[in-house]
Design a protein around this ligand. Structure first.
Ligand code: EPZ
Length: 416
């Protein structure tokens, strides 16, 4: 099933349960390598990136099984730190295994986790931080070799709150001798859930949720039961889907407390938002109000929802400016939206101007990466007629079943 077919201009209604978070699951699954025993990771989304991570864990000697209550991981038999090429190439999220394997095996061999279409995605911050902890890196034929015979704590100042680099330092730091202090750490909810999982396993980490983390290393970690939080990016995707397509929906289990900037943007677009224990109620405006949107590290507006907000503003009642401050090439859907009748002008590498039109028309468009693909599905919900989005394996990396979820909200969406 490579494509998704959408019949547009149907106002959404009803409720949908939000899946577990991809970006919380991946580092927690990597962290199971640091424990000697079994963990049960509940609410793990059944998405291709998690399936790839499961294959990686198995290739390293873990026993992993999907159970009714969650993903059971037994890492007592982990024997080596070499990851098979086919499992790593092109999957950036395997990078968080670097810190975990250094913590567990003290050495790692992996393909260089290169960039992707949204940007070059270097790993300089990861490497410089781990070097300060005693890790020695060499590169041979595209493979990254890391050795950490004397993994020790360090005081690390991150010039940019890199999510992945923060996670790798935490994963190595819990097993290092002594304390590791991170100044300028990422504060994303996914970093907090990693810290929470590790503390449940017996680690001692202070400052979670702040930009200063203190990881007290050298603790023995045991497996535990842990529940992955709901995916704030999936919730935001469906929230903006309603703002663009119209209607009124309930996003069950949506983590409203982690979505302040997202809810603020949705209200600026004219949405009526009500957040409760149950989830987030969204009432769409007659037409999206134009706005200026700037992506920032958490708690700012997340870059992963920039594309879907851009798609919604193509039907805005005026001109909007979208500024992408995190990745250098995250406007790949502009050409595809223009095929649907959108009027967008790219001012420079970091910003686009969107002039709202009265109507988008359905056509064939192509997903080129995960979040842009989801944004094209939302554009299809907003367009007159039928839209076919190809390249959908990108979307299945992060969304358990975007077609089922939008059908729950009354949309006519099928995978073909
Ligand atoms: C994580 O990627 C997420 N991925 C991304 O979600 C998310 O967009 C990003 O954080 C920002 O929130 C996962 O958690 C698996 P970064 P990550 O390190 O860790 C530059 C999705 O769609 N940088 O915070 O790779 C980098 O190039 C994905 O779910 C360096 O320059 O993000 C980028 O411009 C997409 N050197 C910026 O920092 C480094 O060593 C943010 O990167 C590391 C990063």
């Amino acid at each position: 099933m490579n494509s998704i077919r959408i019949q547009g201009r149907i106002a959404l209604q009803g409720k949908v349960r939000i899946q577990g978070s991809k970006n919380a699951s991946l580092p927690v699954l990597a962290a199971t390598l640091l424990t000697r025993g079994c963990s049960c990771i509940r609410n793990c989304p059944r998405i291709s990136d998690v399936h790839s991570m499961v294959s990686l864990l198995k290739s390293l000697g873990c026993s992993v099984h999907w159970q009714e209550k969650g993903l059971a991981v037994d890492s007592s038999q982990v024997r080596r730190g070499e990851m098979p090429q086919e499992a790593v190439t092109g999957m950036r999220s395997s990078l968080c295994l670097l810190g975990a394997l250094l913590g567990r095996c003290r050495e790692v061999v992996m393909e260089h986790p290169g960039g992707c279409v949204i940007g070059e995605r270097p790993i300089d911050l990861h490497l410089s931080a781990l070097r300060q902890m005693g890790v020695v890196f060499t590169e041979r034929e595209g493979r990254l070799m890391a050795k950490a015979s004397g993994l020790h704590g360090a005081r690390i100042c991150l010039p940019f709150p890199s999510v992945g680099a923060t996670e790798n330092i935490i994963l190595a730091g819990v097993m290092a001798d002594g304390d590791t202090i991170i100044e300028g750490a990422a504060c994303e909810p996914e970093v907090i859930s990693l810290c929470q999982y590790l503390c449940c396993c017996g680690a001692f980490i202070e400052g979670e949720g702040s930009s200063r983390l203190v990881i007290h290393g050298g603790k023995k970690l045991c497996g535990t039961d842990f529940t992955i939080p709901a995916d704030r990016i999936v919730a935001g995707t469906y929230l903006f889907g309603c703002i663009g397509a119209g209607g009124c929906v309930l996003l069950e289990q949506a983590p409203g407390r982690d979505m302040t900037a997202v809810l603020r943007a949705a209200e600026q677009m004219g949405g009526r938002i009500y957040s409760s224990q149950e989830g987030i109620y969204v009432q769409a405006p007659a037409r999206p109000v134009p706005m200026r949107l700037v992506t920032e590290p958490y708690p700012g507006f997340p870059t992963d929802l920039q594309s879907v907000a851009l798609a919604v503003e193509t039907l805005g009642c005026g001109c909007s400016r979208i500024e992408e401050e995190i990745f250098e090439n995250r406007f790949r859907i502009v050409g595809e939206l223009e095929k649907m009748g959108a009027e967008i002008r790219q001012e420079n590498a970091k910003s686009v101007l969107v002039r709202g039109v009265e109507q988008l028309h359905g056509t064939h468009v192509e997903a080129k990466e995960l979040r842009g693909g989801a944004a094209l599905v939302v554009a299809g919900l907003m367009a007159e007629g039928e839209t076919v989005v190809s390249g959908c394996p990108y979307i299945y990396r992060g969304y358990e079943n975007i077609c089922r979820d939008f059908r729950e909200l009354g949309a006519r969406v099928v995978s073909v």
